[in-house]
Design a protein around this ligand. Structure first.
Ligand code: PMP
Length: 406
């Protein structure tokens, strides 16, 4: 593990110096979006200052430079996730976009009565597109249930898998609870029935370096903004054979080989899925974000964050009436909680008055809230630039809020 110097790291994030409501900001909403280091901002400024041009089109030098940088970013993403081929990496606008691309593509491959398995832990963006697909095709959606710890019940999954299972999709890490799902085991089990597996890596990507070849996963999707990149850009990894099989998601420029009014032929991968002018600067900045995080090292990040998680969990449990949801044996640095008799929104609002940013609500995972029979939780999610002192300030603020509300 590389030495971890959090004070040095914090200098890369100017936003961490600001005040909120008269207090130094403590940003604990990293699962919603992570903050941006100057190295990524520099890449954005460099793009617009020096080589802003449309890609894959012009013969002029600027266009060539922009194209080269954009394609270099694709290769950085390929290397990071260890995809076999660069054209298996499709730039998207984010996780939601990637999932919709795959789900809508499956419309042409599914028949009535085919089965799709989803986990009980999903974000709405990994539920709704598949429900829309079921409406279109007559396929049936089945749910892998969870237990009180916020873990999927593997024995139930084994019962649900069958000859009609075509697609299994679940997140690598739950955004509502932080549970790390045993995706390798699930991928292998699904493959025995010939089902494709899509993993929503939105919450895993900032903490765990996924190796798509080792996982043997069919599709893996992420958003750059959860991993120190900008919003509005992400990645869909798809195995070449699957991306070849799926029809394009959108028609337009960039995605064609030839167009006439009688017939259009599509471009090869990855362009088939990249219609229109993409978020060029965003893609390049995504690459810069991966460089930044890899320089720190994912093992070091995970170990440090785990320390924060354990410390914060123990401290929170000292508060009377504290209920933490989802104490899975393996989780990322996310704590979802309520205090007996209090509404999460009230706690969130009061701690914000003390400069602490947490998320409150259902976290776009209403089925998880329904499972616990609660309207929502307070969610604190930690990043590698958070400190033990910040955890202390967070705990003090929660204690104060509880006192004020009771
Ligand atoms: N899946 C999970 C597990 C998420 O946490 C999120 C973001 N909260 C998404 C999907 C959607 O990501 P985006 O809004 O960037 O498309």
């Amino acid at each position: 593990v590389k030495a971890f110097d959090v004070e040095k790291i914090r200098k890369d994030f100017p936003i961490l110096n600001r005040e909120v409501n008269g207090y130094p900001l403590v940003y604990l909403d990293n699962a919603a979006t992570a903050q941006t280091p100057v190295q990524v901002m520099d890449a954005i400024v460099d793009y617009y200052s020096n080589y802003n041009a449309n890609i894959h089109r012009g013969v002029h030098s600027l266009s060539q430079e922009a194209t080269d940088k954009y394609e270099q970013a694709r290769i950085k993403i390929q290397k990071h996730f260890n995809a076999e081929k660069a054209h298996e990496i499709i730039f998207t606008s984010g996780t939601t976009h990637g999932i919709n691309m795959v789900a809508s593509g499956f419309a042409s491959l599914l028949k009535e009565g085919d089965e799709i398995l989803v986990s009980a832990l999903e974000h709405h963006s990994n539920i709704v597109p598949w429900q829309m697909l079921c409406e279109k095709t007559g396929a049936i959606l089945k749910v892998i249930p969870m237990n009180q710890n916020g873990e999927l019940i593997y024995s139930e999954l084994e019962k649900l898998l069958g000859d009609r299972t075509r697609v299994v999709f679940l997140n690598h890490v739950s955004n509502a609870l932080g549970t790390v799902n045993p995706i390798k085991k699930i991928i292998d089990a699904a493959h025995e029935f010939g089902a494709a597996v899509l993993i929503d890596g939105a919450q895993a990507a900032p903490h765990i370096k996924a190796d798509v070849q080792e996982l043997d996963v069919d599709f893996y999707v992420v958003s750059a903004h959860k991993m120190c990149g900008p919003t509005g850009v992400g990645m869909l990894y798809g195995k070449e054979e699957w991306l070849e099989k799926l029809p394009p998601y959108q028609g337009g420029g960039e995605m064609i080989a030839t167009v006439s009014f009688e017939k259009t032929t599509y471009a090869g991968l990855p362009h088939k899925f990249e219609a229109g002018t993409p978020n060029i600067c965003g893609g390049i900045a995504f690459g810069a974000a991966l460089d930044y995080m890899n320089a720190i090292g994912f093992d070091a990040i995970a170990e440090y964050e785990h320390g924060l998680l354990e410390y914060a969990t123990a401290k929170l449990k000292e508060i009377e009436g504290m209920k933490i949801y989802g104490e899975a044996s393996e989780k990322t640095a996310v704590i979802s909680f309520n205090v007996e008799g209090l509404h999460p929104y009230d706690i969130g609002t009061l701690v914000d008055k003390m400069g602490i940013a947490v998320r409150t609500g259902h976290h776009c995972a209403q089925p998880v809230m329904e499972f616990y029979k609660i309207p929502g939780t307070v969610r604190a999610s930690f990043a590698f630039y958070n400190t033990t002192e910040e955890v202390d300030r967070f705990i003090e603020a929660v204690k104060k809020a509880v006192m004020m509300l009771q």
